[in-house]
Design a protein around this ligand. Structure first.
Ligand SMILES: Nc1nc2c(c(=O)[nH]1)N[C@H]1C(S)=C(S)[C@@H](COP(=O)(O)O)O[C@H]1N2
Ligand SMILES: [Mo]
Length: 320
C-alpha cells in the first residue's frame, strides 16, 4: 500500500483577488493590526468548533513568497497514519483526538529535564507566522503559513549536555483516540529525529497553528515539528516527547524501509527515491488540479542558503 498516490485532488479556483486579500492580511499582521474581521475566503469549518486564535506575527525573513495553498487542501489532503493511510482519512477521523489536557516531556541528555503542559509550552516565547514550502516524498507540495517558534528556544531552556548529538521526537500513539494505530504498518509510536544542529537551526519550527489559528487535528494538533528543507515525514505530528540522545535515533520510515527513507531525508532533486524521481513536484490546490504543471524541485526545498552549510563535505547520496 505504501505511498500509492490515488488521487491528486481535483483543481480548485484560487482567484488572484483572494490571494491578494490574504497578502494584505499578512501585511496587516506584520504591521501589528491583526485580529480584524475574517476575510471571506477563510473557511472556518476546517477548524475546531470554537477556533482559538494564535497571536502570531509574520516573520518575513523566513517566509516564502510563493502562492499559498488554500486552507481546504491543507486540511483535507494529509498524511497521518495514526488515523489511516489514505490521504482523506485524517480529515475524517482525527476529530477523536483529544488535544487537551496535553503535556510534553523533554528528557534524555539534558541538564534540566522538563514536563510542560501545552498551555505553558505555548507561552515560552512570542509566536511567529512563517510561510514555508512543504515537500512530501510522494511528489506533492504545499505552501503553508505555520504558527510557532524556533525549536531552539525550547532546547535552550533544557540545557542539553555536550554528549547530546541527536533529538528524537515521539508522537502520541493511543488506540482509543487513533483508529490507525490498530494497523501494524508502523511500529508505534511514530518516531522521528534530527541531528542537534538541525534541531537548533532557526528554521526548525515548533508549531502550534496554521493560518493564524490552532492546528487542525489532522495537521498534528496540539503541537508538531515543521522542518521545511526535509521531506514531509520528518515533521512529526502530535508530539508528546522530545528526547536528547547520543546515538542516532531509530525513525519510523527508516524502520519501514531503510533503502527508501534515510535518516537525513533532505529534499534533493538529484537523489531519486528507489521507485521514482524526486526532480519535480506538483502544488496541491493549483487551479489546474491534476493538470497542474510539474515544477522543478529545489535543493533543500529552496532553503539552501540557511541549511547547506550543515552538510558541507557530506556525500548526500550516501546520507540520503
Ligand atoms: N505522527 C505522525 N506524524 C507525521 C505523519 C504520520 O503519519 N504520523 N506523516 C508525515 C508525512 S509523510 C507528512 S507529508 C506530513 C504531512 O503533514 P500535513 O498533513 O500537515 O501536511 O506529516 C508527517 N508527520
Ligand atoms: Mo509525506
Amino acid at each position: 500500500m505504501r505511498f500509492i498516490d490515488k488521487t491528486i485532488l481535483p483543481g480548485d479556483i484560487t482567484p488572484k483577488a483572494i490571494f491578494e486579500q490574504r497578502r494584505n492580511l499578512i501585511k496587516a499582521a506584520a504591521a501589528g493590526s491583526f485580529g480584524a474581521a475574517l476575510a471571506p475566503w477563510f473557511s472556518r469549518e476546517a477548524f475546531a468548533a470554537t477556533p482559538d486564535k494564535l497571536a502570531a506575527t509574520l516573520n518575513q525573513a523566513y517566509s516564502s513568497k510563493d502562492e499559498l495553498t488554500p486552507l481546504k487542501y491543507v486540511t483535507s489532503y494529509n498524511n497521518f497514519y495514526e488515523f489511516g493511510t489514505d490521504k482523506a482519512d485524517p480529515a475524517e477521523y482525527a476529530h477523536t483526538l483529544q488535544t487537551r489536557p496535553w503535556s510534553i516531556s523533554i528528557e534524555g541528555l539534558v541538564k534540566k529535564p522538563l514536563t510542560l503542559d501545552i498551555d505553558a509550552l505555548l507561552k515560552i516565547t512570542p509566536m511567529e507566522e512563517r510561510i514555508y514550502r512543504m515537500r512530501c516524498v510522494e511528489g506533492w507540495s504545499m505552501v503553508i503559513p505555520w504558527d510557532g517558534y524556533s525549536l531552539s528556544k525550547l532546547i535552550n531552556k533544557v540545557e542539553p549536555l555536550s554528549s547530546a548529538k541527536y533529538v528524537e521526537f515521539v508522537s502520541l500513539a493511543d488506540r482509543k483516540q487513533m483508529p490507525g494505530v490498530k494497523s501494524s504498518i508502523i511500529d508505534w509510536p511514530y518516531r522521528e529525529g534530527l541531528r542537534m544542529d538541525e534541531a537548533m537551526n532557526p528554521l526548525t519550527l515548533l508549531t502550534f497553528g496554521l493560518y493564524g489559528e490552532v492546528l487542525p487535528k489532522q495537521n498534528g494538533a496540539p503541537v508538531r515539528i515543521v522542518v521545511p528543507w526535509k521531506y514531509g515525514f520528518k515533521s512529526a505530528k502530535s508530539i508528546v516527547k522530545i528526547r536528547f540522545t547520543e546515538e542516532m535515533p531509530k525513525t519510523s520510515w527508516n524502520q519501514i524501509d531503510a533503502r527508501e527513507y534515510g535518516f537525513y531525508s533532505n529534499v534533493n532533486p538529484q537523489v531519486d527515491h528507489p521507485r521514482w524521481s524526486q526532480a519535480t513536484e506538483r502544488r496541491i490546490g493549483d487551479a489546474k488540479g491534476v493538470f497542474a504543471p510539474k515544477i522543478k524541485t529545489q535543493m533543500f526545498n529552496g532553503y539552501g542558503e540557511q541549511v547547506a552549510s550543515m552538510y558541507a563535505g557530506m556525500d548526500l547520496k550516501k546520507y540520503y
